[in-house]
Write a new protein. Structure first.
Ligand SMILES: [Zn+2]
Ligand SMILES: [Zn+2]
Length: 412
């Protein structure tokens, strides 16, 4: 199969894929991959296969195709293709919760000496890197990466990238418990979809609705949370987007739990768990176990709650997600206190304090904690995070922590 025919067949696959005939599209592309003699075409068709498998949640296949892309790029000795290959590898590892690998792949991308083409990918690289740091609960570096990604998005007028970064920012502020910002950023993403997204894939709309829903739930606006989550789920079902379906199911379960309706919560946690296991989202699985544990706590069933917490801890430890471990120790502490088991209680307190220290979740001005309750936060351009109210009393110029100048608040 020569260059022209390869190109035609790739286009044919794309048309099928866009009209939701995914299986047929995959058949066409796989055939191109076997038959083509054009390395550039091979690279492109691998890219199509990567996108499709990513959306289906088939991350191991995605990883395999990313590695094939890197091999092809090496044969062609093309630095731009090589950067793109590594970006796809980073994304595959991110989806598989291999966050340390993601960070190292991203660094490889950023160190590559490509042309302006690969420089345009830098924004996406920074986004993936930010997501990986967030997966490891390294909040400051995550913010720093998101800030860079946003700058690339603005400089290149890349609204899709901006939309994705806004969703990730929503996610980080959920974890830091600044729920006002956690809602602001996905709302911004939804606005971008409305203003510019007529030709975009509906998944952008679905993504922003999902992140809005989580923020609404945290703000205890449960009917709004339900509405956004239903909208997101509808699109995820239409598109066969398994990863988003899993997230929506988890969020539905959490909404029902917030309403103290654990009869409705449990089956949704179970459905979410099926998909999370199928796609290999271990962080999602850990979050489900946390939710299930909280349900058992509502019933004061301590043994079952502890069992769930242990599963969450194993997963979180494997991934390296410190925030999830902190939550496990915090909840376990409460249980052992209620049970009057002093020795176990002490062990959990020690582990909890260790997590707090490692997470460095405190305000550089007042020294009080960040992320313990809903409080407005402000990150400076250096990405140091403070209570908004503390910064407002600061008066002087420069960051109180690292003394870098410019008090102009960053994008985040
Ligand atoms: Zn403070
Ligand atoms: Zn600073």
């Amino acid at each position: 199969m020569g260059q022209d025919q390869t190109k035609q067949q790739i286009e044919k696959g794309l048309k099928l894929y866009q009209s939701n005939e995914t299986e047929k599209a995959l058949q066409v592309w796989t055939k191109v991959l076997e038959k083509t003699s054009d390395p550039g075409g091979k690279f492109r068709v691998l890219g199509c296969l990567i996108t499709a498998h990513s959306e289906m949640g088939k991350y191991k296949e995605m990883l395999k195709y990313a590695l094939a892309q890197i091999d092809t790029a090496r044969e062609m000795e093309d630095p731009d293709y090589l950067t793109e290959g590594y970006l796809n590898l980073a994304r595959s590892n991110e989806k598989l919760c291999e966050f340390h690998k993601t960070i190292s792949d991203c660094k490889t991308c950023l160190n590559m000496q490509g042309t302006t083409v690969s420089l345009q990918l830098n924004g996406q690289v920074c986004l993936s890197m930010g997501n990986a740091f967030l997966g490891l609960s390294v909040f400051q570096k995550a913010l720093e990466s998101y800030e860079k990604a946003l700058r690339y998005a603005h400089n290149n007028d890349d609204k899709m990238l901006e939309c994705r970064v806004c969703c990730s920012l929503g996610n980080i502020y959920i974890q830091l418990k600044d729920y006002e910002k956690a809602l602001f950023f996905p709302c911004k993403a939804a606005e971008l979809v409305n203003d510019y997204g007529k030709s975009w894939s509906l998944k952008y709309r679905a993504m922003s609705q999902y992140h809005m829903s989580v923020a609404y739930r945290k703000l205890e606006r449960l009917p709004d949370a339900m509405e956004c989550c239903e909208e997101s789920m509808k699109i995820a079902l239409q598109h066969g987007d398994r990863p988003l379906q899993a997230l929506c199911l988890l969020n539905f379960a959490d909404i029902h739990r917030c309403r103290n309706d654990i009869e409705k919560a449990f089956p949704r946690y179970e459905s979410a768990m099926c998909i999370m296991t199928e796609i290999g989202n271990r962080l999602g699985q850990a979050q489900i176990f946390l939710g299930v544990a909280k349900c058992w706590l509502l019933h004061k069933d301590y043994p079952k709650a502890l069992e769930s917490l242990q599963r969450a801890e194993e997963l979180a430890e494997g991934i390296g997600n410190k925030l999830c471990m902190l939550k496990v120790h915090c909840l376990s502490e409460g249980i052992f206190r209620s049970l009057g088991q002093q020795e176990e209680l002490r062990e959990q307190v020690v582990k909890f304090l260790q997590c707090v220290e490692e997470l460095e979740l405190y305000c550089g001005m007042c020294g009080e904690s960040i992320g313990e309750k809903d409080q407005q936060l402000q990150a400076l351009p250096c990405s140091h995070i403070f209570h908004l109210k503390c910064l407002q009393t600061n008066g002087t110029k420069g960051c109180p922590k690292c003394c870098r100048s410019s008090m102009k608040p960053g994008f985040v």
